[in-house]
Design a protein around this ligand. Structure first.
Ligand code: ASP
Ligand code: MG
Length: 410
């Protein structure tokens, strides 16, 4: 008997009709002979609505209370889904994250799972029940409710699949898989049949919205096979981490984009040892994640340092940077929210020269200026003007012939 974790997102349980539809899919899987654990998100936009309620009271809601509030969304949806499964004739039981022992650290609103106690779930499966677990939430060792960051139900599902040693983790969503680019921007984008977890990690980290980054990390670390598919159709979606010789051969698998970052430039800082350490240490202490960094050549021993941060961190970054400007006697600070980051991902670029050159040519042919570049062994990212985003993504997608599917080595 296979053990399957099925995860459904908020749009898949947006109203009672859809909850009944999810229940049917769950019942179908159970009747096909699987042991079924279901993870779901809050109904529709419930989490957004709860966030708004909090911000009507204060601009700085205490993080612990925020978690207390946000975790209620999923408590509603699991109870309703359990009733729906009952109504369709099978036994089901719903649990909160804390009831099934999803233990996290105490970083409220962005907690990390540190342990999953699978015993209670296994007991219920033993009784032939469908087990329905609230996504996105956990509990600290000293019994405070936590949440895992927006989109965190994906991570609950993959973490449960890992802990239960499930045969498969199915992520049901409102799109039918992972695409070579965002189909809303690139109409010719194609669904990928398979992708390695390494590539998926880069895709999620550079703007593909379909899975929370941490869920992909978990999947990679524990070798969980993930199938991303539509909750509205029976068609195959995208398989992640299913071993396949094709994955070795794909040069390029997709183009992603992100308009959520801003560029910060420190102008005229002294070019001497210890400066970068000081700047980025200070940002780290402020809990600000920095993505791309470039430093220019110096003239007369002064240089400029640019980096990108998430737009929501810009205000805190500015506060820190103003202090640094004074301390270092720098000439000034410049911020720019009109940027977009565009990334090309492919495991085969590691061994295939010329991919970066082709990407830059695609941008040049469209007269798109590149402001920053960063690379990893399987990714090339460029910062460009946000206004150029659409033509840039389309040009790169076309350059690599992604409308015909992924590009293979000969
Ligand atoms: N309900 C949470 C959110 O909206 C978690 C999730 O959907 O995965 O972010
Ligand atoms: Mg989601």
């Amino acid at each position: 008997m296979a053990l399957v974790v099925m995860k459904f997102g908020g749009s898949s349980v947006a109203d009672i009709g859809r909850i009944m539809n999810v229940a049917s899919r769950v019942v179908e899987s159970k009747k096909a002979g699987n042991n079924v654990v279901v993870v779901i998100s809050a109904l529709g936009n419930t989490t957004d609505a709860l966030v708004q309620l909090a911000y009507q009271i204060t601009d700085h809601p205490p993080a612990r209370e925020m978690d207390m509030l946000l975790s209620t969304g999923e408590q509603i949806s699991v109870a309703l889904l359990s009733m729906a499964v009952h109504a369709q004739g099978l036994e089901a039981i719903s649990f909160t994250g804390s009831q099934v022992g999803i233990v996290t650290d105490s970083a409220h609103t962005k907690a990390r799972i540190v342990d999953v106690k699978a015993g209670r779930i296994l007991d219920e499966l033993e009784k032939n029940r469908v087990v329905i677990v609230a996504g996105f939430q956990g509990v600290t060792l000293d019994d405070h409710i936590t949440t895992l960051g927006r989109g965190g139900s994906d991570t609950t599902a993959v973490a449960l699949a890992a802990a239960l040693k499930a045969d498969l983790c199915e992520i049901y969503t409102d799109v039918d898989g992972v695409y070579t680019a965002d189909p809303r921007i690139v109409p010719e984008a194609r669904k990928l049949d398979r992708i390695s977890s390494e590539e998926m990690l880069e895709m999620a980290a550079t703007g593909a919205k379909v899975l929370q980054v941490r869920s992909v990390e978990f999947g990679r670390n524990y070798g969980v096979v993930i199938h991303v598919r539509s909750s509205f159709s029976a068609s195959e979606g995208t398989w992640i981490n299913k071993d396949d010789s094709r994955m070795e051969k794909a040069i390029v698998s997709g183009v992603t984009h992100d308009t959520g970052e801003a560029k910060v430039t420190l102008i005229g800082v002294p070019d001497q040892p210890g400066i970068a350490a000081r700047v980025f240490r200070r940002l780290a202490e402020g809990n600000i994640n920095v993505d791309m960094i470039i430093q220019n050549v110096s003239e007369n021993n002064v240089t400029d340092i640019s980096f990108t941060v998430m737009k929501e961190d810009l205000e805190s970054s500015n506060r820190i940077m103003k202090g640094i400007v004074d301390e270092l006697g720098a000439k000034g600070l410049h911020t720019d929210e009109g940027i977009a980051k565009i990334s090309l991902i492919g495991a085969g670029m590691r061994t295939h020269p010329g991919v970066a050159a082709d990407m830059f040519s695609a941008l040049a042919e469209e007269d798109v200026n590149i402001e920053m570049i960063s690379t990893s062994s399987i990714k090339i990212s460029c910062v460009i003007r946000a206004a150029d985003l659409k033509k840039a993504v389309n040009a790169i997608h076309k350059k690599f012939g992604l409308e015909k599917g992924v590009v293979m080595h000969e």
